[in-house]
Design a binder for this molecule. Structure first.
Ligand SMILES: [Zn+2]
Length: 389
C-alpha cells in the first residue's frame, strides 16, 4: 500500500512540475521539459499525454530542430479552465471570470448602498447566473476584508455589522462547486505569487493601503495564516502607544496613522478631495503621504527582519498612493532593516492593480488546480456533472 501511495504522490508531483514548466517557460518541447526537470523523456511524455487529454495544455507548433525531427511545442491553454473571483468590500461587490493564466476575461460590479449581508449574496448569485453559463468554471474564490478563521467564518471587518458571519457556508449555498474564502489581502498576495510580480519569490509580503491597512504573507509558496487566522494584521501594530483608539481594541495602530482616512484627515478634507490634490501634485498632500510612509516603512522594516521576504508588493484602491509611497518606503527600509537585508528586498507596486482582489480570489481555486492537477481534475469532473455541463 505504501508503494502505491508513493507512486500516486510521485505522479501528482511530476504532473504539477511539468505543468508549471509549460506554464512559465512555454512554448516548450517535451525534451526541453525533461532536461529542465531532470526527468526521463518517457515520464515527461506520459505526463504530457495526460495534460493534453485534460486540455490544460495544447500543442502550438514546432520548434527548431537539433538535427532530427522538429520538436512539437507545448503551451498552457488559458481557456481550459476558469475560476470566479469575488470581492466583497466596504463599497461594492465585484466578480470576475479569471482564466488559467490569471487573466480577467469578464467582470461585474455593483456599488453598495447599505445592503444587508443576505442581499450581498443575492447580488453574487445573480452574477454567478450570468457568468456561469458562459464559461467552464472549476470553482469560486471569495475575498472580504477582516479576519476569516480557518472554518470560513468572517469574524471581524471594518464594515459595520460584519461580525461572526458564515462566509464560506453562505458562498457554498449559492455555488455548486469548489469554493474557497480568504481575507482579501492574503488572497492578493497569492495572486501576485502565481500570476503577478511575485512569481520568482517564494516568500513575499503584500501590503494594501485603503480604508485600513492589511497585509498578506506568502511563506514558502503558501499563504501564512497563523493558528487563529489573524497573521499579517500589520495595520494593527502599535506605532503610537498613546495614539487614537482603534476598533481592534488597541490604540495608536498603524492604520490610524497611515490608512486613507487618516491621510485625508491629516490633510484636512475628504478622501476624494485628498486623492485629487495628490494627483495634482499638491505639495501638502504629498508631504502627508511622505510622513505616513516614514511610519509604514518602520513597520515594514520590522516585518522584513521577522520574515526575510524577497519581495514587498504594495497595493491601494487608488494606485496613486502606492506610486507616491514607493520611494520613501525604499529609503526607510534601507535605513532600518538589518544590514544583511538591505538592498536585497525589492519593494514594488502590484501587477494586478485594481483587479488585484478579484484575481487573488480566483487564485485561491486556480492555485489548487495548478499545484495538484491530478486530484483537482477528478474533483472537477464531479463538479461538472453536478452542474449539468
Ligand atoms: Zn487596531
Amino acid at each position: 500500500m505504501q508503494n502505491i501511495a508513493n507512486s500516486v504522490q510521485l505522479k501528482e508531483r511530476n504532473m504539477a512540475r511539468v505543468l508549471a514548466t509549460i506554464r512559465t517557460r512555454g512554448p516548450i518541447s517535451r525534451i526541453s521539459i525533461a532536461k529542465e526537470l531532470d526527468l526521463s523523456p518517457p515520464t515527461v511524455s506520459s505526463v504530457v499525454d495526460e495534460l493534453l487529454a485534460s486540455q490544460l495544455v495544447e500543442e502550438v507548433g514546432v520548434g527548431l530542430s537539433g538535427g532530427g525531427r522538429k520538436p512539437v511545442l507545448l503551451a498552457l491553454k488559458p481557456s481550459s479552465a476558469y475560476a470566479l473571483g469575488a470581492d466583497l468590500s466596504d463599497q461594492s461587490v465585484k466578480m470576475a471570470v479569471v482564466n488559467l493564466a490569471g487573466q480577467v476575461v469578464e467582470s461585474r460590479e455593483r456599488e453598495l448602498r447599505g445592503e444587508a449581508w443576505p442581499e450581498l449574496f443575492q447580488v453574487l448569485a445573480s452574477f454567478i447566473e450570468e457568468l456561469g453559463s458562459k464559461y467552464k468554471l472549476v470553482g469560486m474564490g471569495v475575498v472580504a476584508p477582516g479576519i476569516i478563521s480557518p472554518d470560513g467564518m468572517l469574524h471581524f471587518a471594518s464594515r459595520e455589522g460584519w461580525r461572526n458571519l458564515p462566509l464560506l457556508e453562505d458562498c457554498q449555498a449559492i455555488f455548486p462547486g469548489p469554493v474557497a474564502v480568504e481575507n482579501n489581502v492574503r488572497a492578493m498576495a497569492l495572486g501576485e505569487y502565481w500570476f503577478g510580480v511575485g512569481q520568482e519569490a517564494h516568500n513575499l509580503v503584500m501590503v494594501r493601503i485603503g480604508g485600513g491597512i492589511g497585509s498578506g504573507i506568502v511563506f514558502d509558496g503558501q499563504i501564512f495564516r497563523g493558528d487563529l487566522g489573524a497573521a499579517g494584521e500589520i495595520g494593527h501594530v502599535t506605532v503610537e502607544p498613546d495614539g487614537p483608539p482603534c476598533q481592534c481594541g488597541n490604540r495608536g495602530c498603524l492604520e490610524k496613522v497611515a490608512a486613507l482616512p487618516a491621510l485625508a484627515n491629516k490633510w484636512g478634507g475628504g478622501e476624494e478631495e485628498f486623492l485629487a490634490a495628490l494627483e495634482a501634485g499638491e505639495a501638502r498632500a504629498e508631504a502627508v503621504v511622505r510622513e505616513a510612509g516614514e511610519v509604514l516603512g518602520l513597520a515594514l522594516a520590522n516585518l522584513i527582519n521577522l520574515f526575510s521576504p524577497r519581495l514587498i508588493v504594495l497595493s491601494s484602491p487608488k494606485g496613486l498612493i502606492v506610486d507616491k509611497l514607493l520611494p520613501v518606503l525604499r529609503q526607510v527600509i534601507d535605513a532600518r532593516a538589518i544590514s544583511w537585508q538591505r538592498g536585497r528586498v525589492t519593494v514594488v507596486a502590484s501587477a494586478h492593480r485594481e483587479k488585484s482582489p478579484v484575481v487573488g480570489a480566483a487564485t485561491l481555486i486556480l492555485a489548487r488546480l495548478l499545484s495538484q492537477p491530478r486530484s483537482f481534475l477528478v474533483e472537477k469532473d464531479h463538479f461538472q456533472e453536478g452542474i449539468g455541463r
